[in-house]
Design a protein around this ligand. Structure first.
Ligand SMILES: [Zn+2]
Length: 413
């Protein structure tokens, strides 16, 4: 098993072939969920999977499952996969690499006449990006019980077209019920979508989890007053409150460390006049950390800082949580399988926490899960300029292969 290697050139050709479906003049892809182009790439994937001897099923939300039998058909399959849908100005690799590396893995096993103990299953999750139908990771969310089926089918795009209708239209409203589908494990290979691996010269990221995210709106209430006649010690300046808070928040995230990040991305100051001390201000906070306890600490610290600032300036500061997704920690045995495969590969590797959401974060709720990252140039993603090397794609696919084999050949206790 150790000397089994995927065919890097074949993987690259397959990626470039699908990149023509929805390819943009700038070298990216616009292949949003449940469009004709999505239908086209799905038919292509199924044709390839069937040619590789897989049995293909499609569930009620269009998730595609291609199963390569194992020696023991009673064992649940070890699954690999990701998504073939893209952002409107997406790249050639986000999601696509994980699906096509799974196909390449199956082709490699076929070439070697290699029989695994458990079946292997390749999965294409519908509507990961959420670009056309919000929210993101919708269909893996139905599969794992996070969303109800009807909720998903009723999502509508900007033109009012329903997810369920579009699924039927492209012929992917499958017969198989969604979920209740046991898996031994799930592994997802993905581009990092951040700059860390490239900056450190590492080829493989052993992904240990997905960081927790909290979003808040915050509003500051002070008092509008004349900019010329109001002495500094008589002001209740809402913008000053916001500005001092922004500095405090930045300090809190830096001091917390451990991958903690805090961002104020939208700011609004009222009434918005050069010679009026602003009486109201609003902003958003995006807070992330791999550990929920650290998020709690950061939130407690910024609330305390806001209290002090409000007291000093005689203003009010209010926070409303608008979204929260808890941190996900992947399965220790699956992480260890990826790390051992990375170590044996001879490539440089490091543990890493995903800054972005992935279908694997949903899967972790129902089955042992881990991910493999490979670098992307400049950390740029969700962009037509997204770029990776053929060698890194092959390295990631080989690590995926070895991690999958170590679980698929584990004899049941
Ligand atoms: Zn993705």
């Amino acid at each position: 098993m150790d000397n089994l290697r995927i065919d890097g050139a074949r993987l690259w050709r397959t990626i470039m072939e699908t990149a023509e479906i929805g390819g943009t003049p700038k070298g990216g892809i616009n292949r949003q969920a449940l469009t004709d182009l999505d239908g086209q790439v799905r038919h292509q994937l199924i044709a390839w999977a069937e040619a590789a001897g897989c049995a293909v099923t499609v569930d009620r939300v269009g998730n595609i499952f291609a199963r390569r039998p194992g020696r023991d058909p009673s064992l649940p399959p070890v699954a690999v996969g990701s998504h073939l849908d893209t952002q409107p100005t997406g790249g050639k690799f986000d999601g696509i690499l994980g699906v096509l590396a799974g196909l390449e893995l199956i082709r490699t096993l076929n070439d070697a006449n290699y029989e695994t103990e458990a079946p292997i299953e390749l999965i294409n999750w519908t509507n990961e990006e959420g670009a056309r139908f919000a929210p993101a990771m919708l269909a893996s969310g139905v599969f794992t019980g996070r969303f109800a089926l009807d909720y998903a089918l009723d999502r509508a795009d900007r033109d009012g077209k329903r997810f369920g209708d579009e699924l039927e239209r492209i012929g992917f409203a499958g017969e198989t019920p969604c979920g209740d589908h046991p898996l031994a494990a799930f592994f997802e290979l993905h581009i990092e979508q951040g700059p860390i691996l490239e900056a450190e010269g590492k080829t493989i990221g052993v992904v240990t989890g997905v960081q927790g995210i909290r979003w808040y709106h915050f509003s500051v209430a002070g008092q509008d007053s004349h900019a010329g006649t109001t002495p500094m010690n008589h002001r209740h300046d809402a913008f000053q409150g916001l500005a001092r808070f922004a500095v405090a928040l930045d300090r809190i995230a830096r001091e917390e460390g451990g991958g903690g990040v805090a961002t104020i991305g939208i700011v609004e100051v009222q009434p918005g006049s050069t010679n009026v001390v602003p009486g109201a201000a609003k902003a958003t906070i995006d807070l992330r950390h791999p550990d929920d306890a650290a998020l709690d600490r950061m939130e407690a610290a910024f609330r305390a800082a806001a209290d002090g600032i409000a007291h000093d300036l005689g203003i009010e500061i209010r926070f409303d949580t608008t979204w929260a997704a808890p941190a996900v920690r992947f399965d220790n045995a699956c992480i260890a399988a990826v790390r051992a495969a990375a170590d044996a590969s001879g490539h440089g590797y490091r543990d890493i926490v995903s800054g972005a959401g992935h279908d694997a974060a949903n899967l972790a709720a129902i089955t042992p899960t881990a991910m493999v990252f490979v670098p992307c140039a400049g950390g740029i993603s969700h962009n037509e300029a997204e770029s990776i090397t053929e060698a890194d794609a092959a390295a990631g696919a080989n690590v995926l292969l070895q991690a999958v084999l170590s679980v698929a050949n584990r004899r049941p206790a």
